[in-house]
Design a protein around this ligand. Sequence first.
Ligand code: GLV
Ligand code: MN
Ligand code: MN
Length: 424
Amino acid sequence: MVQGAVASVRAEDVEVLIREFAAMTEPGPGVTRLAYSRLEREAHAVFARYMRELGLIVWTDAAGNTIAELAGQDESLPAIGTGSHLDSVPEGGSFDGVAGVVAALEVARLFVHGDVRNVHPMRFVVFAAEEGARFGQACTGSRIVAGLTTSSDVGTLVDNDGVVLADAMADVGIDPRRVEDAVWRRDDWAAFVELHIEQGSVLTEVGARVGIVDVISGSTRLRIDVTGRASHTGGTPMHRRADALAAAAQVILTAEEIANDAEHRGTRITVGRIEVGPGSITTIPGSAHLFVDVRDIDSDRQREAASQLIAAAYGVGEERGVGIQVEMLADASPAVLPLWVRSSIARSASGLGVDYRVMPSGASHDSQMVNHVCPAGMIFVPSQNHGISHAPEEFSRFDDLALGVDVLAASLLDLDARMQAESQ
Ligand code: GLV
Ligand code: MN
Ligand code: MN
C-alpha cells in the first residue's frame, strides 16, 4: 500500500500495458519501434489516450515528447515529473523505456483513483527518441528539453538509410525548426524520478528488488572511417594490399584492449556496427566504417579512452597504409544524481519494506538530461535472463515492476511533501 494512495499497483495491470505496447512493432524478432517513426508516434498516442481518459491534460511538445499533467493543490508550485521513453532499438525488448512509461500510467491511475492530494502539479512524460540506435545520439527528446540539442543540431544527424533527423521529425509532423519551443524552464520543474529496468544482473545477483541509481554513465560515440584500396582478391599479393577491413579489425581489437586495461577499469567500448565497401567476396575491402560507443561513469576516463582509441586508430592507419578519419557523433557526460532525491527514494523503499541497492547505471537515460534542468532520480527494477537488454530476451517480472511502481509513487509523494515543507 502506497502512502496516501488507496491501493498498490497490480502486476496484472502492468502486464496488460507492457503487452499492449509490445504489440506495436515492425515485423521481426522482438520489438522494433524506432525514434521518430510512425510506430513511436502511435505508441505516444496510446499513452495520451489513457491519460486523457483519466482526466489529465495532455500535450505534445515541439520535440515530440508527450506530457500529461495532473493538477496540484498549489498550481503556483513547480511540477514533479516521472516518465521514460517508448522508442526501441532494432529487434529490442518489450521493457526498455516502456517500463517507466507504464509506471507513469499506473502512478497516474493510483493518484486519480486513490484521490491522492498532491500539492505540486504532477507531470507524466514520454520522451521522444531516447535510443541512439537510429541517429547515433541518445536521448534526443530529453536533450531538447534540457537545451542540449538545438534546431541546428537536428539537421546534422543521419540514420543508416541517409535520412536526416530533421526530415524524420518533419515526416511525423514535428517542425524541426521550432524544437527550442520545447525547452523546459528551471523554475517550472521541482524534481523528476524515472523508473527503468536495470539492463544488468546486479539486482538479481544480490537479491534486491529495487535499485537506486547514484550515477549514470556518459557516452562518447565515434565514427571511424578506414580507407584502403579495393582490388582483386586473387590478383593482389598479400604484401601489396591496403585492406580496410583488416585494419578495422585491428582497431576493434585495440578498442577491447583499451577497455580491458587496468587503468580503464569500468570503461566499456563497443563497436556495434560496421559497414564494409564494396562488400564483395572477390574484392579486397576498400572502405570500412566503424561505429563506436565508449561509456564510463567517470567522465575523464571516458574521454581519455576515446582519445586513446582515436590515437591508436591513426597508428593502425600508418602501420597498414590506410587512411583514417574520425568523426564524433555524440558526447554526453556522466551524471551524478542528487543525493536528496536518492534519499527520498531510499526512504520510500524502506517505508514499503523493500530491499534496495544503490548502484550506477551503465546505460544512458532521459533522467541524465533532465538532471540539467531539475534534480533527477532513478529507480531500477531487476532484469531477468542475466540482464540481457536491447534484445528480444529482455525480461522483467511483472510483480517486480509493480513493486517498483509502488516505490516510485511513494517517492513522488515523499518529494511532494518534503518540497512543500521546504517552500513554506
Ligand atoms: C540507451 O538505451 C542506451 O543506449 O544506453
Ligand atoms: Mn531506456
Ligand atoms: Mn535502450
